[in-house]
Ligand binder design. Structure first.
Ligand code: FAD
Length: 459
């Protein structure tokens, strides 16, 4: 066999394209966890059983029960949809209560929550408002905070983390360009080493040219993370000419940074372009300093690995909450059960401190596909929902405006909206039909006290 296969492999090897350094970095980045055993076909179930089931600390549970509950009660996705933005008082609450600093350590003023807690928080918010969930997710997972924590210099951490934890700094991270999305290694954005003027002095830095699109939170960001390819054609740093993908942090107010028009990503969270032509930045704005020049790809792969294992599965798990009927069909229930189990597994792995890139990539893929399926089912169920609304309108339980509002809202927040509208009318209807029964009698609630938000917000 070796007489045939060896020369054949040799000939084929020459015909195959070689793996580029960027692709090699992507393959080598991240760690593996228990899933490695599974893929090797020899899972050790005792090891699996010994992993601690993810639990919330008392502080995390209290945050979920209080701050998150309050935030959810402030959210009206319809109003957000109409205004194309989160109301100012909601942003204020988010910032003041540390929603943007869940992963930041306490010494910088953050909440230092576990991956599991982060997932639970995001999922609960997403069950109420996708726009709000995405707005909170980015600073906690895919944004500069995560990169700074792992790779930033002490000066960079001191400069940015306290402001990020308090919500005084709003971050965004620009990787995608008009020419490179899925194929992120092909970004055309550049940073060329040169001398330039910074704060009245000539310093060594980078002349940056970049054009990014689809960047979440860019329109309101105060600090912009950028991925670009770094070059040193004049060898001002050393022998190397091409450094590869590098990440830097720039204040959004820095001269030449243009935060462009907003995109419309669907739910109206902030998303837009970031551009710059011949923007000069000092070298110490590279995340982690010059020693991290060219390490951007690995940094992104590892941070994305963690982020995608938390954010998107959390968002996807909440989807079934958005499909309004209690009689959700069995597929919605079973898919959601699977997504929820997945979430526990992945965040358990992340709680161990690793960066399981393969498992989180699978989690992201299956969670978003699962979400797509659940939303599709929700749309189907939505057809009979239209009949219910028409019925309710015909019988006078809701007026035309409310009926239109509900129908327009199809496939988004049916459950909470139904509760809202029917709550408003419950008292009236009950009193009409049974003049002797009060709402408190009928529902077992005490109407004399301020009731908790009636919406189902738990994931
Ligand atoms: C809501 C939203 C928020 C975002 N936020 C950010 C952000 O904060 N920061 C950031 O940097 N980016 C962000 N992005 C950009 C996101 O990362 C890109 O949209 C994504 O990488 C896909 O790139 P693209 O849109 O250029 O699509 P493309 O890469 O052009 O893909 C288009 C289609 O072609 C398919 N395709 C592509 N390549 C292949 C292939 N080799 N084989 C088979 N099929 C292929 C894709 O699956 C897709 O269906 C955001 C995007 C959205 C929609």
């Amino acid at each position: 066999m070796s007489f045939i296969s060896k020369p054949a492999y040799k000939a084929l090897a020459n015909a195959m394209p070689s793996i580029s350094p960027t692709e090699r970095e992507a393959l080598d980045s991240g760690t593996s966890w228990w899933e490695k055993e599974l893929f090797m076909g020899a899972p050790n179930w005792e090891t699996f059983n010994s992993y601690p089931y993810p639990k919330l600390s008392l502080e995390e549970q209290a945050f979920l029960d209080n701050e998150v509950e309050t935030l959810c009660s402030m959210l009206d996705e319809w109003e957000i949809h109409e205004q194309k933005a989160l109301p100012d008082h909601v942003w204020q609450y988010i910032k003041e209560h540390g929603f943007l600093g869940l992963i930041i350590p306490k010494e910088y003023g953050g909440r230092a929550f576990s991956s599991f807690a982060q997932s639970r928080v995001m999922s609960k918010i997403a069950s109420r408002s996708l726009t709000t969930a995405v707005s909170c997710m980015v600073p906690n997972s895919l944004g500069p905070g995560e990169l700074l924590l792992h790779y930033g210099t002490e000066e960079q951490k001191d400069r940015y983390l306290p402001g990020l934890a308090r919500g005084e700094e709003i971050p965004c991270f620009g990787l995608t360009s008009p020419e490179a999305g899925s194929d992120a290694g092909a970004i055309p954005d550049t940073g060329v080493v040169c001398y330039g003027q910074f704060e009245g002095q000539e310093v060594l830095g980078l002349r940056m040219n970049f054009s990014k699109r689809w960047i979440t939170l860019a329109p309101i960001a105060t600090v912009v993370g950028l991925a670009f390819k770094m070059y040193d054609p004049d060898h001002l740093l050393g022998e190397q000419t091409e450094y590869g993908i590098t990440c830097a942090l720039l204040p959004a107010s820095h001269e030449g940074v243009i935060v462009g028009p907003r995109h419309n990503p669907g739910p109206p969270f902030m998303n837009g372009t970031v551009e710059g032509k011949d923007v000069f930045i000092p070298l110490d704005w590279i995340i982690g300093g010059v020693k991290n020049a060219g390490k951007g790809w690995r940094m992104l792969m590892e941070c994305l690995a963690v982020g995608r294992g938390i954010s998107l599965p959390a968002l996807s798990t909440s989807t079934s909450e958005m499909t309004y009927l209690n009689e959700a069909n069995s597929e919605i229930a079973s898919d959601t059960y699977m997504l929820e189990a997945f979430r526990y597994l992945v965040t358990c792995g992340l709680n161990q401190g690793g960066k399981p890139a393969v498992m989180t990539a699978i989690a992201k893929y299956y969670a978003t596909e699962g979400m797509r399926k659940v939303v599709n089912h929700g749309m189907d169920v939505g057809l009979s929902f239209a009949d219910h609304v028409a019925d309710a309108h015909e019988q006078g339980f809701i007026n035309e405006e409310e009926a239109n509002k509900l129908l327009h809202y199809n496939a988004r927040r049916y459950d909470s909206m139904l509760t809202d509208v029917f709550d408003l009318h419950l008292q009236e209807v009950l009193e009409l039909e049974n003049p002797h029964i009060s709402k408190a009698d009928a529902t077992g609630t005490d109407t004399s006290v301020q009731s908790a938000p009636s919406h189902s917000t738990s994931p």
